[in-house]
Ligand binder design. Structure first.
Ligand code: ZN
Length: 133
């Protein structure tokens, strides 16, 4: 069961400049920043109402976010939905023939358990499912 939009992931080249825009011009505030080593990404979370903006900057030239920007430019990279039982949801989607990037939940930023669905199965949008304590 999808609970809500947890966050929207936005790929940027310069997270410091992007944070300035979101804080100074849009009035959001960064509550958490973190480097996720296995994704080669630095993230900043800015809550907005019941959801968050997740800014993503690659920490290496060959990371997934760097490759995304090379191909598509900066901008919305994924949308994350909050679920209650991620493992169960992945099993259900797999049974229904949805192509998954992550077969099993893995640890994402902010201690959440996450898994991505393949855009080929979701009309071109990279969807993250996210379970939080
Ligand atoms: Zn995300």
């Amino acid at each position: 069961m999808i609970k809500k939009i947890d966050h929207i992931g936005i790929a940027v080249k310069d997270i410091t400049e992007a944070i300035k825009l979101y804080e100074d011009l849009l009035g959001l505030k960064v509550t958490d920043t973190e480097v996720v080593e296995d994704q080669k990404v630095k993230v900043a979370f800015l809550p907005s109402g019941d959801s968050e903006v997740e800014l993503l900057q690659s920490t290496t030239p060959d990371g997934p976010i760097a490759r995304y920007i090379e191909k598509n430019g900066e901008g919305i990279q994924h949308i994350a939905f909050r679920v209650d039982n991620l493992e169960e949801k992945l099993e259900e989607l797999k049974e229904k023939g949805v192509r998954l990037i992550d077969d099993k939940p893995r640890r994402g930023a902010g201690g959440a358990m996450i898994a991505f669905l393949h855009p080929k199965s979701t009309f071109g949008t990279l969807i993250e499912l996210c379970e939080r304590e």
